[in-house]
Design a protein around this ligand. Sequence first.
Ligand SMILES: CC(C)(COP(=O)(O)OP(=O)(O)OC[C@H]1O[C@@H](n2cnc3c(N)ncnc32)[C@H](O)[C@@H]1OP(=O)(O)O)[C@@H](O)C(=O)NCCC(=O)NCCS
Length: 360
Amino acid sequence: MKYAHIIGWGKYTPERILTNDEMAAMMDTNDEWIRSRSGIGARHWARKDETLADMATAAAIAAIDHASLSVSEIDMVIVATAIAIFPATACIVQDRLGIPHAGAVDLVVACSGFVYSLAMAGDMIKAGSKNCVLVIGVEKMSSMMNLEDRGTAVLFGDGAGAVIVRGSDQPGGILASVLYADGSGGEDLYLNDKRHLVMNGREVYKFATRAMPAAVKEVMNKVGWRAGQVDVLIPHQANIRIIESSAKVLGIPMEKVFVNIEKYGNTSAASVPLAICEAVEQGRLRSNDKTVLVGFGAGLAWGAIAIIWDVQHPSSKTKQLINRAVFNGSKARTRFRRALRQLGDKLPGRSTLSDKKDKN
Ligand SMILES: CC(C)(COP(=O)(O)OP(=O)(O)OC[C@H]1O[C@@H](n2cnc3c(N)ncnc32)[C@H](O)[C@@H]1OP(=O)(O)O)[C@@H](O)C(=O)NCCC(=O)NCCS
């Protein structure tokens, strides 16, 4: 039987930090309102020219460095994000990292996207169709904010987080998941035709405080854990009040709940992997911890995963250097592959579109 273990994690946050006071200089709001309603103190906003692929690639490189694997081992790239674009961000990341033989797909489920993607990566590995999956959550929420809508503009931020999941015969890793959706609630949180995020805050709050504890309870039942046995709960960082209310319903003390919303706001699909990275950095997520991840948001969609956080790989400097050489060659490699494709059309025996037209 195959098991799926997280073996690397990495994050990227844009340089620009906007405090609540800076938001107050842009719109009619204040630090006290934002903190008391959401727990948010600041958020990172990407540069105008900074793309999802830029942020996703930076987080992926950090995760690959940590995992100490060769990029060629990766056979699938999944990017969780809120907006569908093409080419898929996952394909751009695959090319920039020089991963030779991998599938790549974007998964568009907004705030639940990382939990969905990680659950699907785990299932692919357990089923034997893939063995090493790069899972990234990335968002540029700032590009969707309507600065005239103070009720939402202050809540969201940008960033990226990534993990590497690899197959192993060693029991543990991703144990179980639950994934749900209820599209009838789609109108409570959506992107309008001006590409602005529109939210019915009260309805989303009610949904989130029901969905989060329900998903956590169900996944705990699946693996036979009681609330008292969970070492770390890593929730989607949407709002401190949602997190506290859900933890209370679940009977999990806040000391066991990882929260970093104060620094980042709601980074949608990036929030759970960003929190994973910081929980590890701060020593809050340790070897053999019984860990639950939970996501919820637009769709409406929600889900949870139970994990034993158990595999630690010492990072190898040599592999990091080799990978760095592969990453640095990305532009030249892209040009070479394009040229090869064009040349391929001219080689004897290769039929082209014009040949086909001639024959018809
Ligand atoms: C958005 C949210 C924080 C609003 O909190 P709330 O307590 O419901 O606040 P209300 O909507 O009742 O607004 C109260 C007042 O604050 C005002 N207000 C709204 N945004 C404001 C802001 N940024 N600064 C100051 N005042 C603000 C409103 O205009 C309203 O004023 P009024 O009473 O004079 O009309 C809350 O509904 C929420 O957390 N919802 C869930 C959001 C979420 O997590 N979404 C993502 C899920 S993935």
